[in-house]
Design a protein around this ligand. Structure first.
Ligand code: ZN
Ligand code: ZN
Length: 388
């Protein structure tokens, strides 16, 4: 929480004077707010710019990409001299220039591995400015695990959409809206075992005008939500907007009865001090020491254990112990004989398994992660947290 008073000039004018003229506005609410922005592309740039201008006190940005020349037509925060630098670092620097009164954390990383559920729970809201169904599906999973509302946005050439999902309601979530066709498109990028296919990145035609229009709607929804003021959208609703020809409509997404995302929310029961060298054996012992037995700890990201060649005459065996989605499909070909290899999938950890020496580092578990855990005493959640 930032307590620094806003700077006042000799004329008595303050940074947020125009905001104070709005009848329902609460600048302190924005100063106290914490927003996570996933994606620092065209939409993300506009969203981040808006959040810093508005004076949102704490902003976290996550993106794994670097600035490239083709970003410069739509990214207000990037310059030619930034090419090659991590987007989140450049964005952080520019946001602090726009508004030195806010705090900005940059995570140059991946949604799957570099953002713990407990860390997400330190935010009021998530704004997702991502470019694939898979990334949106991931953020939906994370938001529902954390119990934190999120606002989705997407753009095309001259059309875009914004939708709002609050895990604390019974309304539809993003996963409810994923059609068979969208799953198919998502699955094209993964093998049936979940390994990554080496396909070129999707590049979409788009411009700055639609990015700023849609980002404006997305951030306005965030402002209204933070004020508890009637929003543009209710949970489970989507606004669709087309600039050419002008079309706009709002729809309520139908909740699917078989959607599993709604039951994910977890509140930690057991806390374990985060240390990247901590082994599975120690973790299970610590959970047991808290009074639980028959502990089964479910991973958020499944691992490949040992890979074995399917050729009976080949001796190839490789201990991988890495998350499946970090491994490319091409690795399924045996380097010795060229025949296909198979692997054991590690989805959970228990004393009955042979992977007790794996560490948090091997599991690619970020700090402040929370995992589901089954025990003889019922389901609990375990939080891994560095205590300062
Ligand atoms: Zn759902
Ligand atoms: Zn082989």
């Amino acid at each position: 929480m930032i307590q620094t008073p806003s700077q006042t000039t000799t004329t008595g004018e303050t940074r947020y004077d125009r905001h104070h003229l709005i009848r329902w506005w609460n600048q302190q609410r924005l100063t106290d707010a914490s927003i996570l922005v996933a994606g620092a592309g065209a939409l993300g740039n506009e969203v981040l710019k808006n959040l810093s201008l508005l004076g949102v006190g704490r902003i976290t940005i996550i993106d794994f990409d670097t600035v490239s020349i083709s970003n410069l037509t739509r990214s207000v925060l990037f310059r030619e001299s930034d090419i090659g630098l991590p987007k989140v670092e450049v964005a952080r620097k520019r946001l602090l220039e726009i508004n030195p009164e806010i705090s900005v954390t940059a995570i140059n990383g991946d949604l799957e591995f570099d953002l713990g559920v407990g860390e997400i729970q330190t935010h009021d809201l998530i704004l997702a400015d991502l470019d694939s169904v898979n990334a949106r599906w991931l953020i939906n999973q994370l938001a529902y695990r954390a119990g934190i509302p999120w606002i989705n946005a997407g753009i095309g050439v001259s059309q875009g959409e914004v939708s709002f999902f609050d895990p604390n309601t019974e309304a539809a979530c993003y996963e409810c809206s994923i059609s068979e066709k969208m799953w198919q498109r998502r699955n094209e990028r993964y093998s049936c075992q979940g390994l990554k296919r080496e396909l070129p990145q999707n590049t979409m035609p788009t411009t700055a005008t639609i990015a700023s229009t849609i980002a404006g709607i997305q951030v306005q929804q965030a402002v209204l939500y933070l004020h508890n003021y009637p929003g543009l959208l209710d949970s489970g609703e989507k606004i669709y907007l087309e600039l050419t020809p002008w079309t706009t409509f709002k729809v309520a997404i139908n909740r699917r009865d078989d959607c599993l995302a709604h039951d994910l929310t977890i509140k930690p029961t057991v806390k374990i001090k985060y240390d990247s060298n901590l082994t599975v054996k120690t973790i299970l012992e610590q959970i047991e020491a808290s009074g639980f037995t028959e502990v089964v700890l479910w991973l958020r990201n499944e691992l490949i254990g040992t890979m074995q060649c399917l050729n009976p005459d080949c001796t190839d065996e490789e201990v991988v112990n890495r998350p499946i989605t970090q491994y490319s499909e091409s690795k399924l070909v045996c380097p010795k004989c060229g025949v296909e290899r198979d692997f054991e999938k590690i989805s959970y950890l228990s004393k009955q398994e042979s992977n007790l020496d794996l560490t948090l580092q091997d599991l690619k578990l970020p700090d402040n992660e929370i995992l589901h855990c089954e025990t003889a005493q019922g389901n609990i959640a375990v939080q891994f947290l560095t205590i300062n």
